[in-house]
Design a protein around this ligand. Structure first.
Ligand SMILES: C[S@@+](CC[C@H](N)C(=O)[O-])C[C@H]1O[C@@H](n2cnc3c(N)ncnc32)[C@H](O)[C@@H]1O
Length: 286
């Protein structure tokens, strides 16, 4: 029975990927994190459903995040640059930072930073247009033990994570989102960046399961970076020592670097590559 199930999976995914996923499936069943039978997991996986949606979780650094369709599954390349950012910048509880995460999805970026940075050193806020994402990010904050912001005195010594459902591209942002309180020391974002024309090149596990709003960044893929550059260029949105950290798609790094430089506020830029040698993150410092 087990042998037949594995053969079915390997026929679909190739032997190497099937071996990896077979282990994750069995680990999830053994640790009781998945209530589904192995047979059911393999059946759904062979229909193209991402394993993370079937099992309901995805490790992200030391965190184990909940994932639910159609919210984007946090990717290893994002995990890599977020850990690198946590080492490149070290906020302290003496002068805590304020961080805005645009298009927060599962909340993976601010939650990991809250987990890695010293307690009381950062207050983070995630905005997202999707109510599914906002709910999931709040559930993940609860699971990770990161409290929402409040005036409570003890929270001043804790890292916090708040969320706001809002359309970042609306001309009324951030004025109509009352909980968003600029200026920010750090802006992070892994925005939708796939150009429309690349829709047909996406694997089925992405195009049929993940929210198109999480994927497509307008005709050129750069729509959100243009809006972020306008936001950064506005008076009073960022502190004079602010940092912008933006994940980019393949081949977009130079254009995004140029966009944030033209704000006139960003004076130093860097491009970080991911573990696969692809230019993945543009860092801008004021
Ligand atoms: C590529 S996903 C990134 C999610 C998460 N930050 C991550 O790295 O896994 C982009 C996110 O932007 C959100 N989004 C799309 N359009 C938006 C808009 N106009 N305003 C705010 N959020 C938006 C999507 O709902 C999605 O959660």
């Amino acid at each position: 029975m087990q042998h037949r199930l594995f053969a079915k999976l390997a026929a679909q995914l190739g032997r190497q990927q099937a071996s990896l996923e077979w282990k994750w499936m069995n680990d999830a069943i053994a640790s009781d994190t998945s209530k589904n039978s192995l047979q059911d997991i393999v059946r759904r996986r062979c229909l193209g459903e991402p394993l993370q949606y079937i099992l309901g979780t995805q490790p992200f650094g030391p965190l184990n995040l909940l994932v639910r369709p159609p919210v984007l599954i946090p990717r290893p390349e994002t995990e890599h640059w977020v850990i690198k950012l946590s080492e490149a910048i070290r906020p302290t509880a003496q002068s805590p930072f304020s961080l805005l995460d645009i298009g927060t999805g599962s909340g993976c970026i601010p939650l990991l930073l809250c987990h890695l940075w010293p307690q009381g050193s950062v207050h983070t806020h995630g905005v997202d247009i999707s109510p599914h994402a906002i709910r999931l990010a709040n559930d993940n904050a609860l699971l990770a033990g990161i409290p929402p912001p409040s005036d409570g005195d003890y929270l001043k010594r804790r890292n916090t994570f708040g969320t706001t459902p809002a359309n970042f591209l609306a001309p009324t942002f951030p004025e109509e989102a009352m909980q968003i309180k600029p200026p920010f020391h750090i802006i992070t974002s892994n925005p939708p960046y796939i150009p429309w024309k690349e829709f047909l090149e996406l694997p089925r596990s992405v195009s049929e399961y993940e929210d198109p709003k999480a994927l497509f960044g307008g005709p050129s893929g750069l729509e959100f970076y243009e809006a972020i550059a306008r936001f950064v260029g506005r008076k009073d949105m960022m502190t004079s020592d602010g940092v912008v950290a933006l994940e980019v798609g393949r081949g977009q790094a130079k254009a995004v670097e140029e966009l944030i430089r033209t704000t006139g506020r960003v004076h130093h830029t860097e491009i970080w590559t991911d573990p696969w040698g692809i230019e993945r993150t543009v860092i801008g410092r004021m």
